[in-house]
Design a protein around this ligand. Sequence first.
Ligand code: GAL
Length: 516
Amino acid sequence: MAAHAAVPPIMGWSSWNTYRVDISDSLIMRQADAMVELGLDSAGYRYVNIDDGYSGGRDMSTGRLTFHPKRFPHGLKPVVDHIHRLGLKAGIYSDAGANTCGNFWDNDSLGRNTGLYGHDADDCRMLFGELGFDFIKVDFCGGDPKQNTQHLQLDPQQRYREIRRAIDATGRTDVRMNVCRWDYPGTWVRDVADSWRTTSDISCSWESVKSIIAENLYLSAYAGDGHHNDMDMLEVGRSLTPEEDRTHMGIWCMMASPLLIGCDLTRLRPESLRLLKNHDLIALNQDSAGMQTYVTKADRGTYILVRDLTDKNGTERAVAFYNPTDSARVMWISLYDISLAGLVKVRDLMEQTDCDDLTGGLLIAEVPAHGTKIYRLKADRRLFRTKYEAETAFLPTYQELENPIATGTAYYREDARCSGGMCAAQLGGTQHNCLIWENIIVPADGFYDLAVSCLSDTPTHFFLTGNGMGHELTTTGSSDVQRVTARVYLHAGPNRITIFNHTAPIPDIDCMEIRL
Ligand code: GAL
């Protein structure tokens, strides 16, 4: 099996963003040394990851993986040992197919035929048994016919499951695996990996950071309990503006993404080092409740994100005001809308200062263009949330590798008629293609009215279950959002609500409100 529950996202350094395939043993060891000298290890950064560029082909007669004769003339063992001697962990890269991506895109000729395909067992034994690596990122150029010269086309789910089995067969139970398929691959990925890339490669530009954040806004249902959406390696400390660097770091922490520094640590500017070591942001990233943030308010291009801290449904929450627009904006949210009441203590995590306490009213801030403010709130009381958006619900068929219209899988789509501007679409028709809200919390056992808002042009039937009891819901057909209500018995504490129709399409779902 993959990770244990609530293991936090990995933190460390990786070679790709700055060096691409131009890496070497001395370069990696120098970066590992710098990580310790700068105190980044005590801040939580533990992994030193060798990305693409280390391979030297395979031995023709044995098929054994070899290492680049110029870049790693003594192989990888001295590098791994050096990293381990520093008290750090060592990470490596491979591909689920035959070629690495650097072989195809960076002319790295020795990366040909060095992927895991056909060599799962031997390579895993070598990498995790003999060499002692603790992490692997598994890329997919070698399985995608457009990105390998053999035009090999592999099934990602099958390949990643095989690789996970080969890792487990080495007897190591602590190896963390990252799936690099450049889009959210599907809910199967949770069985095999601790983290998975959700987008194509990051680059050192605001447009790239902004688009990666946009692609992760509605993925909170797929992370949690030791599993993480990976927004890619950090570009912090390279050439973004200080404001953009702060947003980049802050939102990666808010989203509980792995934090892999991608710059040259030997030339880090003091302000970048300070940002990377901000212990308030790191505590947010590594928080024990193990949850990802979700959008609670979207307003003319800005987003307010919220997340529980320390305990699920407890009295501590983080709130981020994210302004990707090109002008400063005043942003606000009421404490009631984030379910907090009584005296609320407020800490500004970017500035690392305590703010004035609040008692009700609004949390309000002016946020510069491309900027983000993040607050940690500790309240006297947690209120019960009465509204759950469909874009925070788990869709078992959700995936981004194939066009959902073609595959008939569910997806989230924008619709201005819906609250939050989003809904869940193309649900129903099979048992698996349903919508699940996992953590519907109510104060006491009893009957509640659950009002489901949906979009349905024609009269439709669908079903809602809570605690084993099914309810049929019927829409009349309208071009506007409609509400249909089921009276459901819920228990105090978390309840699971499922919306389904095994045989027919379900209207697009906007949200659900709970009324006492
Ligand atoms: C890409 C991957 C990058 C990097 C690169 C190596 O597919 O997304 O993060 O690993 O391959 O060639």
